[in-house]
Design a protein around this ligand. Structure first.
Ligand SMILES: [Fe+2]
Length: 296
């Protein structure tokens, strides 16, 4: 879909508050409508000590504290995709603060794939019904008076979406900072060529649109950063900027991905995140995670 068909509103400038999680290098955001007290959370994090099997909520509590302190109303809890490197805290936050949990409609593809990997029973629905809203390309939604919309940007995973709120876009793992390049495209359902096409879609947004990353690893020793712009990515992104071709990108991305180890938290992350952040339970109703052997 060409950019002109998306309802871009560059004259709406939401306040964007970042919350960096050093354990997973994730940045969560609270995005506030400039004309009301409504806000959205993008990509929350639930803390896990995987070795101990212990889940806690310091990061989510920081988001909740901010919302309470500023007397905001939480309209949306957005997941840009099913993360493989951290756990979502969406249900914990929703229980305390309300708001609707939304993700891309291709969550169903992800649920089908990983429902098989984790040998889930029929009680695990694969229709996205754990979420309150499933977005399609171009779908709009309200954060107070601000109209937000989703752009379908698959490639890293089949359910990835970029969420645009006024002059700010939350790209998930579709892009990294210019000196970080792009995320891997080798998870089940991922595809480097598709990722390239999705990135081009994001890069058709206005040059001065603010872009917010879901992750940063501080390449070459620089400080952690999360905000750039479409123009900056277009000119300087080391994987896709400066007119790099799809062929160049696919070759590079495929070779790089073959070298990468699985993310440390992929096993718990997928089981929780494909359930909209709910921890699965055993037959007695106790929270319980599985480790499928040689399945990923
Ligand atoms: Fe991701």
């Amino acid at each position: 879909m060409p950019n002109s068909n998306y309802p871009v509103q560059m004259d709406v400038t939401p306040e964007v508050e970042p919350f960096f999680d050093p354990a997973t290098n994730t940045i969560s955001y609270i995005v506030k409508d400039p004309n009301s007290n409504a806000c959205a959370i993008v990509d929350s994090v639930m803390d896990i000590d995987y070795a101990a099997g212990r889940i806690t909520y310091e990061h989510a509590d920081a988001l909740i504290d901010y919302i309470q302190k500023h007397e905001l109303k939480l309209d949306w809890i957005i997941e840009t995709h099913v993360h493989a490197d951290h756990l979502s805290a969406a249900p914990y936050i929703q229980e305390k603060m309300g708001g609707k949990i939304g993700i891309g409609s291709n969550i169903m593809v992800v649920q089908d794939t990983f429902g098989k990997v984790f040998n889930e029973g029929t009680e695990f629905q694969r229709d996205g019904s754990q979420f309150d809203a499933l977005f399609e390309d171009g779908d709009t939604y309200q954060i107070g008076t601000m109209q937000a919309f989703a752009i379908y940007t698959p490639g890293h995973t089949p359910a990835c979406m970029t969420h645009v709120m006024g002059d700010a876009a939350f790209v998930g793992d579709t892009l990294f900072m210019p000196d970080g390049g792009s995320a891997r495209a080798d998870f089940p359902g991922g595809d480097a060529g598709t990722l390239y096409d999705s990135i081009q879609k994001v890069l058709t947004l206005p040059d001065d649109m603010r872009l917010f990353m879901c992750h940063d690893y501080g390449p070459n020793g620089r400080d952690i950063a999360w905000e750039t712009s479409v123009g900056d990515e277009k000119a300087h992104n080391i994987h896709v900027g400066g007119g790099k071709t799809k062929e160049e990108f696919v070759k590079f991305r495929t070779e790089r991905d073959a070298q990468l180890a699985m993310p440390r938290l992929i096993i718990p992350s997928l089981q929780v995140n494909m359930r909209a952040g709910e921890v699965p339970t055993d037959e007695d109703g106790n929270p319980m995670l599985k480790v499928p052997v040689n399945a990923l």
